[in-house]
Design a protein around this ligand. Structure first.
Ligand code: PLP
Length: 363
């Protein structure tokens, strides 16, 4: 990305550590030595850049990639070695078969109708998803019954995996995990034999009984906690600069709505990140930033392009125009921000703004 020097000074810097993504990938590979480990790179690799992320993971030995839409296939295909399977989680819309075949993508078939439509395109590779309880995608129990009665319905495809998805793998105590695993195993045992794919990031940390033959982690690769208390290598750093600092007298409200008046004078700094950059508006009055390692609260309402932080406790130069402010980094993870914003790390990552100066390090 190019920018004139003066603009670059004020541009917020998003740094993505590809080596950390590879370390997280290898940690999951080590958890599941008997299985293959894919990478889920849907939604532009959770906002971090599908092409550089897929290239780094392919170089580290990853040989399976999952996207959500056909439109996401090309970026991954260009980054991975020729012939690397790219699976499309959202399935195959009616009429999209020829495009899917032309892209060389492997659809995750979610119904018998999709199975029949794909069979008409020659004996092409496919994954078949069965719903083990989440009620989101995949063959319903009655459809599974029909397939068990007539396994010949599978004769028209090259079945690579039987697949299902956990609803509660981020809650290791949930009884739904064992229940879904057992239900999936029972279903698979009644269908023609094929390798199985079951575990997302949370599932990878539930233990070997939950892994199947191909794991499908996403968030854990990108530094999100897959389960409470399981910490992955942090991947993103987001640094903004202070663009103005002022002393606000006691009693004065600040920002839109003139909220957050205080009993004493305060030093308030403005940084050029707002909700249009994916920083949740919800964090006004609840979130934090770090200046010189000191926690500073986000005060007032978050604006579209800026927000206010109370730097009264920060000494000297570190609170003046041009000083760096950490929004994500060593002091604050995506899970910390998600907790403050009452959302999940996935949403924080996938909303990361397009106005940041992006730098990739490692690999
Ligand atoms: C998004 C997704 C994944 C990856 O989930 P994480 O929780 O990010 O590891 C795996 N499988 C399916 C079907 C998905 O939709």
């Amino acid at each position: 990305m190019t920018a004139c020097t003066s603009e670059r000074m004020a541009m917020t810097r998003l740094t993505i550590d590809l080596d950390a993504i590879v370390r997280n990938y290898r940690r999951i590979v080590a958890l599941a030595p008997g299985s293959a480990v894919a990478a889920v790179v849907k939604a532009n690799a959770y906002g971090l850049g599908a092409a550089p992320v897929a290239a780094a993971l392919a170089a580290a030995g990853c040989r399976h990639f999952f996207v959500a839409h056909l439109s996401e296939v090309a970026a991954v295909r260009d980054a991975a070695p020729a012939g690397t399977p790219i699976y499309v989680l959202n399935g195959l819309a009616a009429g999209a078969e020829a495009e899917c075949a032309a892209l060389g993508a492997i659809p995750v078939l979610n119904s018998l109708v999709q199975l029949a439509a794909w069979s008409a395109h020659g004996k092409r590779p496919a994954v078949l998803q069965v719903d083990s309880g989440m009620q989101r995608l995949g063959l319903s129990p009655p459809e599974v019954e029909r397939l068990i009665e007539d396994p010949g319905l599978l004769a028209g495809i090259d079945l690579r995996y039987l697949m299902s998805h956990f609803a509660c793998a981020d809650e290791p105590e949930s009884p739904a995990n064992a229940w879904q695993r057992d239900r999936f195993a029972t279903t698979c045992a009644q269908l023609p034999s094929a390798p199985r794919s079951l575990a997302n990031s949370g599932g990878a940390f539930l233990g070997p009984d939950y892994h199947g033959d191909l794991l499908r982690p996403g968030i854990a690769l990108y530094g999100g906690d897959p389960q409470p208390g399981v910490t992955m290598a942090p991947v993103v750093t987001l640094i903004a600069d202070i663009i103005q600092t002022r002393v606000v007298p006691a009693g004065a409200g600040i920002g839109y709505g003139l909220t957050a008046p205080a009993d004493t004078d305060r030093v308030i700094a403005t940084i050029g990140v707002g909700y249009a950059d994916g920083w949740p508006r919800r964090l006004g009055g609840r979130g934090s930033a770090f200046v010189g390692g000191i926690r500073v609260p986000i005060v007032g309402r978050v604006s579209m392009d800026s927000m206010l932080i109370d730097v009264s406790d920060v000494p000297g130069e570190a609170r003046l125009e041009g000083a760096p402010v950490e929004l994500l980094g060593p002091h604050q993870t995506i899970d910390d921000v998600a907790r403050d914003a009452e959302t999940i790390s996935y949403e924080i990552l996938t909303q990361l703004g397009s106005r940041y100066a992006r730098t990739y390090i490692g690999s």
